[in-house]
Design a protein around this ligand. Structure first.
Ligand code: KIV
Length: 272
């Protein structure tokens, strides 16, 4: 059955719930800077995530743990300046919300005030319940994140698929239901079995956005550097590369070096 799409001038948290109820899938990508945000937003993305994956793809860290709140605010404010339509979600970085709910609220307020982002995302369920509630109480929309939660990498030790065992799957379902009950507007499910993700999406009225969670959810998110093929060492099964920019950009640089060395660049038309 084809679904008539509503045209949204500006995506809000309400638009996402509407999309889910109309059966329209939600598209989401990461961005960390103005130029990339402008390109992705102009191409019609629904949600731009200023992910703490900036720690990996922008700063070259092995994990997402080192990125700071100030650095996230810097990335987020650059993204916001490039966006006209998409909803901007900003990750609360590791250490900015886990220790106490008041600090969590202060961190979320700084993101909203200093970057102009439209909402925040944080990892975890019942462990961060009070932080989520405090942020929501202040009127700040919160997106949850369950399944593989990279900020807890040292607890799990690997980036493998989560919630394959029944007990973990049950806990994930309960956490997802709780996130909806507390008032989160959406939820990211990362690297969990497709059948489990579909079950969660069917049970919730808020949208469930998957990454490595199959097609039965309400939308998909990828790290833009991965889907553009700018990264090439990270090859999870769930990743579809739409370009091979690692090779294309490398070839362009190689050609530029040649042209400079041979004085082919600049030519007569490229100078004053
Ligand atoms: O930081 C990030 O890019 C994320 C996505 C993987 C969902 O949280």
């Amino acid at each position: 059955m084809s679904v008539a799409k509503k045209q949204y001038k500006r995506i809000t948290v309400k638009s996402l719930t509407e999309m889910k109820s109309h059966g329209e899938k939600i598209s989401m990508l990461t961005a960390y800077d103005y130029t990339m945000a402008k390109i992705i937003d102009s191409a019609g993305i629904d949600v731009l995530l200023v992910g703490d994956s900036a720690s990996n793809v922008m700063a070259g860290h092995e994990t997402t743990l080192p990125i700071t709140l100030d650095q996230m605010i810097y990335h987020a404010s650059s993204v916001v300046r490039g966006v006209e339509r998409a909803l901007v979600v900003v990750d609360l970085p590791f250490g900015s919300y886990q220790s106490d709910p008041k600090e969590a609220l202060r961190s979320a307020i700084r993101i909203m005030k200093e970057s102009g982002g439209h909402s925040v995302k944080l990892e975890g369920g019942r462990e961060v319940k009070e932080s989520i509630k405090r942020i929501l109480h202040a009127g700040i929309p919160v997106m949850g994140h369950l399944g593989l939660t990279p900020q807890s990498i040292y607890k799990f030790g690997t980036y493998t698929v989560r919630a394959k065992e029944e007990a973990e799957a049950e806990k994930l379902i309960e956490d997802a239901q709780a996130l909806e009950r507390w008032g989160c507007f959406a939820l990211v499910l990362e690297k969990v079995p497709a059948a489990l993700a579909q079950k969660v999406a069917e049970q919730l009225t808020i949208p469930v956005i998957g990454i490595g969670a199959g097609s039965g959810v309400d939308g998909q998110v990828l790290v833009s550097h991965d889907m553009f093929g700018m990264t090439h060492e990270f090859n999870p099964r769930f990743l579809r590369r739409y370009l091979n920019l690692y090779e294309d950009m490398g070839n362009a640089v190689g050609q530029y070096v040649k042209d400079v060395k041979s004085v082919d660049f600049p030519n007569d038309e490229e100078q004053y």
